[in-house]
Design a protein around this ligand. Structure first.
Ligand SMILES: [Zn+2]
Length: 471
């Protein structure tokens, strides 16, 4: 504990104040909208970007920071994370500063079992009482009665849905999340429509009993997990959904038909319709990737385990256990399915669908490490065929616009909040550059490499303290 306190004190000493004006010089600004590098000095004032200036213009700031020709990007946003485990509150809390150390200045919490705690963290971080990324949260997600997931807002009818929506709104959640474990299709659709009627953003899975365009017509803002989009490769998607809803077709048969029918041209035409309806997609590739290659990968020496308690990684066994009986053919099919899902990214991008980079990191999502997994996700976007710029957009400007905060976040432009990451290499050439972080600026406050390393060391020390306390 003493070591943790000392590290925390060191952090306070190492970063500089947000209030003073600061001129960043000798830096290449990555313009994430146009995909170009700008040789500009960046003036920060009052936590915001006051202006971009020609280099060597007379100094106007109280302080100047020479960045040695490095690259400046907007703070990264992870648009799909979960904080879960009622027995893992401290285990999750210690990870919050890591997001900053990994260049991530905002996360969108797509619900877990810690809704009330996450709302507390959101307030504490905003108030400067806790180190962490800005949190957007759905609060409890909507589900049917006796759902598989812990902590859901379970609803049985329209009245309960409306009461739940009132309550979520009163809590000030940032969006509504809906999943399909036990929620009947009709009530699922009504919940989407109600959130939309209240002008709330609404992110969902896709029940087998609903067509993706039925959801779009009801006002869905984003579909979480690109795996659902494979259904659009079937020309009969809405008929299949209707048959499932009517009880004429079982889930296994419906899925078999989707597998059999998949046609890329049919899917691509549907993606253009989806883009026209302004429905965004959060692909979340890394989780499926980790599971599909579990049989060939040894994770026992992963560096990130430094920050994860045994109680946290114990949750990984749930999914590993569910896959234990798979045959060689099933394992091969899992890899093939991953490749087909990943292959949807270029046509989605081409069609104009807004892609949001989200890791789906969660204690229940095996080897999807919080913070680090966003960088893994971006690498998979590029491996799937997107350009580094498109991947970077999915983790910056796209998320900001999606959250209706495009005027305040997402690019390095005058008036926007000074949430910035300084990189050693050019991310437009190689997306792996997002991992080589020289320093972070959050609301104008500078965290140099030593300060970021201090956060990492503090998290590792906190993990050790939790383990020791539990022995
Ligand atoms: Zn998720």
């Amino acid at each position: 504990m003493l070591r943790y306190l000392l590290l925390t004190l060191t952090l306070i000493a190492l970063h500089s104040h947000a209030g003073e004006s600061l001129l960043l010089t000798n830096v290449q600004v990555v313009d994430v909208e146009q995909g170009r590098l700008l040789q500009r000095d960046v003036l920060l004032e009052g936590g915001r970007i006051a202006g971009l200036r020609q280099p060597a213009a007379p100094a106007v700031a109280e302080r100047t920071l020479d960045l040695g020709g490095r690259y400046l990007i907007p703070g990264l946003w992870d648009m799909h994370v979960h904080f879960e485990g009622t027995d893992l509150v401290e285990d999750n809390a210690l990870l919050l500063p890591l997001y900053l150390a990994y260049g991530i200045t905002a996360v969108r919490d797509a619900s877990g079992s810690l809704a009330g705690t996450v709302l507390d963290w959101r307030r504490e971080i905003a108030a400067g009482e806790r180190l962490g990324p800005r949190i957007f949260t759905s609060g409890q997600k909507f589900e049917g009665v006796d759902s598989l997931w812990e902590g859901d807002r379970e609803i049985a009818d329209r009245a309960q849905m409306l009461a739940g929506m009132d309550e979520q709104q009163a809590l000030g959640v940032d969006f509504i999340k809906i999943t399909e474990n036990t929620l009947p299709p009709a009530l699922f659709l009504e919940t989407v429509a109600e959130a939309h009627r209240r002008s709330l953003l609404v992110s969902t899975h896709v029940p087998l009993g609903l067509g993706i365009f039925e959801l779009a017509a009801a006002g869905v803002s984003s579909i979480e997990h690109a795996s659902y989009l494979l259904r659009l490769g079937s020309a009969d998607e809405e008929d299949i959904a209707r048959a499932v809803r009517a009880g004429e077709l079982g889930a296994d048969d419906a899925n078999a038909r989707y597998d059999r029918d998949f046609n890329q041209a049919t899917a691509n035409a549907a993606y253009a319709r989806l883009a026209a309806l302004d429905v965004a997609v959060t692909p979340t590739l890394i989780g499926g990737r980790q599971l599909a290659w579990l049989d060939e990968t040894d994770h026992s020496d992963d560096a990130f385990l430094r920050y994860l308690t045994q109680q946290f990684t114990a949750k990984y066994q749930w999914r590993i256990g569910r896959m234990a009986g798979e045959t060689a053919a099933q394992r091969a099919a899992r890899k093939e399915r991953y490749r087909l899902i990943a292959a949807q990214l270029p046509p989605l991008q081409e069609a104009g669908v807004t892609l949001l980079a989200g890791s789906d990191s969660a204690a229940l999502n095996t080897y999807v490490y919080p913070a680090q997994a966003l960088h893994d996700e971006l690498a998979l976007f590029v491996e799937a065929g997107l350009t580094p710029l498109q991947a970077l957009q999915a983790a910056t400007i796209n998320g900001a616009r999606f959250m209706r905060l495009g005027d305040d976040y997402g690019s390095i432009s005058p008036g926007k909040r000074a949430d910035l990451v300084v990189l050693e290499e050019n991310p437009l050439e190689d997306i792996a550059a997002t991992r080589a972080i020289h320093s972070l600026i959050r609301g104008g406050e500078v965290f140099d490499r030593a300060a970021l390393d201090g956060m990492l060391d503090a998290a590792a020390a906190r993990k050790q303290a939790l383990e020791t306390g539990r022995q």
